[in-house]
Ligand binder design. Structure first.
Ligand code: FES
Length: 137
C-alpha cells in the first residue's frame, strides 16, 4: 500500500506546524514585553513597611509550628501574613519562623522592632507614636 498525502489543510498544518505557528509566536512576543510585567510584580526597590498598629499583639505560639510574620504591615491578619505584600507589589516578603516552644509571646505590629518578629518596645518611641497607622516610618 502506497502512502498518500492527505489534501486537507488542517492535516498540512499538523505536518508543517512551523509555517503556521512561527508568525503567531512572533506576534505574541511583540505584543507583550515580559520585563515590564516582571518589574510590576517584583519591583527592584522594595516598598517601606508601614505601621499596622502601635501596640504588639499577644499570640500563643505552638512548638514546632511554622509562622509567617508580616513584614510589610499591610496584612489584614496582623501579626501574620495574608499575602498583601505580593498583591500590593511591595517587593517585600514575610519572615518565616518556627516556634521553639509553646508559649505566649508579643509579636510586633509597628514593624520597627530590632528583633523581629518579637516586640522589643520600640513602639513606645516618639517616632512610632507620632506616625499614622498605614504610613511608613
Ligand atoms: S509593636 Fe513593634 S516594637 Fe512593639
Amino acid at each position: 500500500m502506497a502512502f498518500r498525502r492527505p489534501a486537507s489543510s488542517s492535516v498540512s498544518v499538523f505536518l508543517f506546524p512551523n509555517k503556521v505557528c512561527l508568525p503567531a509566536l512572533q506576534k505574541l512576543s511583540q505584543r507583550r514585553d515580559i520585563t515590564s510585567w516582571l518589574a510590576r510584580w517584583f519591583p527592584k526597590t522594595p516598598a517601606k513597611a508601614v505601621v499596622a498598629q502601635k501596640t504588639p499583639i499577644k499570640v500563643e505560639l505552638v512548638s514546632g509550628k511554622t509562622y509567617r510574620w508580616c513584614v510589610c504591615g499591610r496584612s489584614k491578619k496582623q501579626p501574620f501574613c495574608d499575602g498583601s505584600h505580593f498583591f500590593q507589589h511591595t517587593g517585600l516578603a514575610p519572615l518565616k519562623f518556627k516556634a521553639q516552644e509553646t508559649r505566649t509571646v508579643a509579636l510586633c505590629t509597628c514593624k520597627a522592632t530590632q528583633r523581629p518578629p518579637y516586640c522589643d518596645g520600640t513602639h513606645r518611641s516618639e517616632r512610632v507614636q507620632k506616625a499614622d497607622v498605614g504610613t511608613p516610618l
